[in-house]
Design a protein around this ligand. Structure first.
Ligand SMILES: [Zn+2]
Length: 115
C-alpha cells in the first residue's frame, strides 16, 4: 500500500456548512461552496472530476383531506457484509394536507489520478 492509497477517504469539515466532506473535494457537495486548499495546492490536479454513481429520487404526499403528517428522512450506508457503517437523519418535518416533498439521494465517486 502506498501513501496515495492510504489517503483515500480522508475527511475534513466544510468551513461553510460544517458537513464532513472528503479532503479531496474542491467543491462542498453539501453547500456547493468552492473550497480553498491551504496546505495541498496540488491536490486539485490529481483528482478527477466526480462521477455520479447513483441517483434516486422519490416523492411522497399527504393524502387529500388528511391531517398534518410528520416525516423523517433517514439515509443508511452498508458495507459488503451488510453492516451499517453510517446512519443519518437528514431531515424531519410536517406535511399539511395536499403538501408533498421530493427526496433525492445522490452518490458521487472520485478516482484519484496516478494509480
Ligand atoms: Zn459546505
Amino acid at each position: 500500500m502506498n501513501a496515495r492509497v492510504g489517503a483515500a477517504g480522508k475527511t475534513r469539515v466544510c468551513p461553510h456548512c460544517k458537513s464532513t466532506i472528503l479532503e479531496s473535494a474542491s467543491v462542498c457537495p453539501g453547500c456547493n461552496h468552492h473550497l480553498r486548499f491551504d496546505r495541498s495546492a496540488n491536490l486539485d490536479s490529481r483528482v478527477q472530476p466526480a462521477v455520479s454513481a447513483l441517483r434516486v429520487e422519490g416523492a411522497f404526499k399527504n393524502p387529500e383531506g388528511a391531517e398534518a403528517w410528520e416525516y423523517s428522512v433517514v439515509v443508511t450506508i452498508r458495507n459488503d457484509r451488510g453492516e451499517e457503517v453510517a446512519r443519518k437523519v437528514v431531515g424531519v418535518g410536517a406535511l399539511e394536507a395536499h403538501e408533498s416533498r421530493t427526496v433525492t439521494l445522490s452518490v458521487d465517486v472520485v478516482k484519484p489520478r496516478g494509480r
